[in-house]
Design a protein around this ligand. Structure first.
Ligand code: SF4
Length: 490
């Protein structure tokens, strides 16, 4: 699959693993989640023998054991391994059938992706070439419409999709690809493949840090809303930095604003629009931010695979324009207690019935509240009232009514806030938990009771992180007021 994506990726993976990007804690958690889903799916075909290798660097014992298990007619085999012509294929579940074996590849996604088809075609090719009658091959994935109702029902949780017919067109080209890739792997030189859309699609390459090291931190690839083909077109013409863009190039008004801001080192402020935005706010203004966790396999009654479950919020409340904001917050109990009802109960209380509720990137908070309204109909009317009061503080930055070169084309809080307040004061870098993904991972582990650190310290860190997010919103709104009221603060 690496070879299909990029032959350089194939080569680097085999010969220069040291150049691979480091794996983050979040990625490790995703891998672990995949393993857990795979183990759970084994229950769809219980009673099998597990041939998982002791070391992922040596599959030989698994290949031999698989051959022996098939010869003696084993009914169900987990992690069966096959080797043909130097190509190894491992299959999550193999089940004896009337006319040979049926193979099942388990994925923790909620659908069948095109890469799965190509991958399965190679697996089927190797299995059949190893002398096994392969009656069928299927992808087993999570069913996103499955709602946990009492005991986990794995028959409903998983969807099995036969791809026997879908892989057929790929089978005829596999041997040619294998021969081509072997030739590349045996050559002395790294394939000369330039960076391109293949680096991020159909999935992000793990050698990006190496191959993209010559691309500066801020480049044409950061022009907001610009299509990928246009970015690579610029890059391939030697236009990498925004300073190198010729005047003859055409961009949208906001893209041009981003380029001009960088080249001329100028900020842009559309005071009228900002003023209009501010005039539409009603006090008391509530600055709100949620944190959520999600599980591939639903853990909470009435929830779905990967449904974001809110466990924390921070709220600053400002009664008038220059008033000192009050702070309130909520953090769920760890160790498996369903946080949702308490979360919404506290939130409704803290929101009161009047005043704007200001969030940053409104789609996320809206989605969470809509989910809660569906899961807890008794709160529906009050939640809908909150939704009507919600306003997105990202709007002035997203629409570039307020734009500085330091925002680097992004309206994300992680760019906008330090661009406007460049001092280290209130910086996320001083926190043990410094982004939403980390917060989500830590609390999910606390929730499942497998967090390795100190729970009390982690709770303190979570509260500090979330509080900083809403404090940042308070300061951003102050800044918008300042530039309208006192133009010299620009
Ligand atoms: S980063 Fe891009 S060019 Fe480099 S190996 Fe990966 S896909 Fe190939």
């Amino acid at each position: 699959m690496r070879g299909v994506k990029c032959t350089k990726c194939l080569y680097l993976n085999k010969h220069h693993g040291e150049l691979r990007d480091p794996i983050t804690e979040q990625q490790e958690a995703i891998f672990q989640q995949g393993t857990n889903v795979g183990e759970l799916a084994q229950n769809l075909h219980p009673g099998g023998i597990d041939l998982t290798p002791e070391s992922y660097y040596d599959f030989t014992p698994s290949v031999i054991a698989t051959k022996e298990a098939i010869q003696r007619g084993e009914n169900v085999i987990y992690e069966a391994a096959f080797l043909h012509d130097g190509v190894l294929a491992a299959m999550d579940i193999l089940v004896k059938s009337d006319h040979g074996y049926k193979a099942y590849e388990v994925k923790s996604s909620t659908g069948v992706k095109s890469t799965y088809i190509q991958d399965a075609a190679l697996q089927a090719y190797v299995i059949m070439a190893s002398g096994v009658d392969l009656e069928d091959i299927s992808i087993v994935h999570l069913n996103k419409t499955y709602k946990l109702d009492g005991e986990l029902d794995i028959q409903q949780l998983f969807t099995t999709v036969s791809i026997r017919e879908t892989i057929q067109p790929y089978l005829s080209t596999i041997q040619t690809q294998i021969d081509q890739f072997k030739g590349i792997l045996n050559s002395a030189a790294i394939p000369n493949v330039p960076i391109g859309p293949h680096c991020s699609a159909p999935y992000s390459c793990d050698f990006t840090g190496h191959c993209w090291s010559d691309v500066p931190d801020y480049s044409v690839f950061d022009i907001s809303g610009l299509g990928e083909s246009r970015k690579f077109d610029l890059y391939n013409r030697g236009i990498v930095s925004l300073h190198q863009i010729p005047e003859s190039e055409n961009f949208s008004a906001n893209q041009q604003k981003q380029i001009d801001a960088e080249v001329q080192e100028e900020s842009y402020i559309h005071r009228d629009r900002i003023n209009q935005f501010l005039n539409d706010l009603a006090y008391p203004v509530h600055f709100l931010d949620f944190e959520t966790m999600s599980f591939a396999v639903p853990q909470l009654e009435g929830s779905f695979p990967y449904e974001p479950i809110p466990f924390q919020y921070s709220m600053h409340k400002q009664h008038s324009k220059n008033a000192l904001p009050e702070h309130v917050e909520f953090l769920a109990e760890p160790n498996g207690v369903d946080p949702r009802a308490l979360f919404i109960d506290h939130l409704l209380d803290h929101c009161g019935t009047t005043g704007t509720i200001l969030v940053y990137n409104i789609g996320f908070e809206k989605r969470i509240l809509n989910n809660l309204a569906n899961s807890y109909p008794q709160y529906k009317t009050r939640i809908e009232a909150i939704l009507l009061r919600m306003v997105d503080l990202m709007t002035p930055f997203k629409k570039k009514w307020y734009y500085t070169p330091e925002m680097k084309g992004s309206a994300s809080l992680k760019y906008v806030y330090p661009a406007i307040f460049p001092t280290t004061e209130n910086s996320y870098s001083g926190l043990n938990i410094s982004d939403g993904a980390m917060a989500s991972l830590v609390f999910a582990q606390m929730f499942q009771g497998n967090y390795n650190g100190n729970y009390q310290n982690a709770s303190t860190d979570l509260l500090a992180y979330c509080q900083l997010d809403t404090l940042a919103l308070v300061r951003l709104l102050d800044q918008l007021h300042s530039i309208v009221d006192h133009p010299q603060t620009e």
